[in-house]
Write a protein that binds this ligand. Structure first.
Ligand code: DAS
Length: 325
């Protein structure tokens, strides 16, 4: 079988970072270009034909709409290009979950799209980027990787874009998944999937459109409605509540959010806790609220903004997108 033809789109991050001193914690993301790891990948003898394109070279804390737009159009085009079998995106880890989920929602699942990063810069003792990249190439080149949407490969695990989040600040196994911890285990020499592809439809679920601002209302013990009102004074089209427990909030804050829902804002109850389903409450129907279900706050915000951009602001219709897997 011919080697897979993999398009690699680089955006920067620690996988392309340098500390200048292997023993120092300090480093700068986005210091080396894409050829750095394509040369290493070729030297390792990874069985793939790589084509590289530098989209950006930033810390992913600086990812923005223009980079997302470039990434989306490059991948959408590659999906239709017979000379490309799969796509790898190298990316910082801080916002990997948002980029992966945004692309997962707005691209077809006909070819593998694998996002990969690193927790240690290229010149650190124990640099993990090349192992992660070799793992990503193994996943991207696998005949069973299509039909799973965007995947994130970090720390010998393969996560689905919908499940994944960065859960640790510095460990090399920094990423977790919920409700599925991961969908495969991968090393440079082996790949074991935990189940069959689940994205049987090959169309994108939503259109990639400019995203409205959707603030996150972080609830804390003793929060007043006045404090919440000050953060929502600009009357946003959507609000994601980073709620207590299963998306709970003080009653005065709920009454305030009721007013925003009644003026047409899409109000989504998510949770500040690490993991757990936020299910619909009997009061949600009357309040016009949406329950985030398995989505944590950052991805609930991505989906809420994308739904509004696509003109989906009816709570019942929006709920269906949060209920999907
Ligand atoms: N520099 C941060 C980023 O680009 C961290 C990283 O890449 O791991 O997201």
């Amino acid at each position: 079988m011919a080697d897979p033809r993999i398009l690699v789109l680089a955006t920067g991050g620690t996988i392309a970072g340098q500390a200048g001193d292997a023993m120092r914690h300090d480093y700068r993301p986005g210091q080396v270009g894409i050829e750095y790891y394509l040369d290493q990948a070729r030297a390792l003898g990874i069985a793939a034909q790589f084509t590289g394109r530098q989209i950006a070279n930033i810390g992913s804390e600086d990812i923005d709409a223009s980079i997302w737009s470039r990434l989306h159009s490059e991948i959408d085009r590659a999906m239709r290009d017979d000379a490309v079998d799969s796509i790898i995106v190298t990316h910082g880890t801080d916002t990997a979950e948002e980029t992966a989920f945004l692309l997962d929602l707005t691209l077809p699942a006909t070819k593998p799209v694998v996002l990969v990063g690193a927790m240690r810069p290229t010149d650190a003792v124990g640099y993990d980027g090349m192992r992660n990249f070799a793992n990503a190439a193994r996943v991207a080149g696998d005949g069973d990787a299509a039909g799973r949407g965007v995947l994130v490969v970090m720390g010998d695990r393969v996560h689905s874009a919908r499940d994944v989040r960065k859960a640790k600040t510095r460990a090399t196994e920094a990423f977790r998944g919920f409700p599925r911890e991961s969908v495969a285990i991968v090393t440079p020499s082996r790949l074991d999937w935990f189940g069959a592809p689940w994205r049987t439809e090959d169309a994108a679920r939503l259109k990639f459109l400019p995203l409205p601002e959707v603030p996150i209302l972080a609830i804390y013990a003793g929060m007043s409605a006045a404090a919440a009102a000050r953060q929502l004074a600009h009357k946003p089209q959507g609000i994601v509540v980073s709620g207590l427990g299963e998306g709970n909030m003080p009653e005065p804050v709920r009454l305030l959010l009721l007013e925003h829902a009644r003026r047409g804002a899409l109000v989504v109850r998510a949770s500040r806790t690490d993991e757990g389903l936020v299910d619909r409450l009997p009061t949600d129907d009357a309040d016009g609220f949406v329950a985030a279900r398995a989505l944590g706050v950052p991805k609930a915000r991505v989906l809420t903004a994308l739904l509004i951009a696509n003109g989906i602001t009816d709570p019942a219709e929006a709920q269906r997108y949060f209920d999907e897997r």
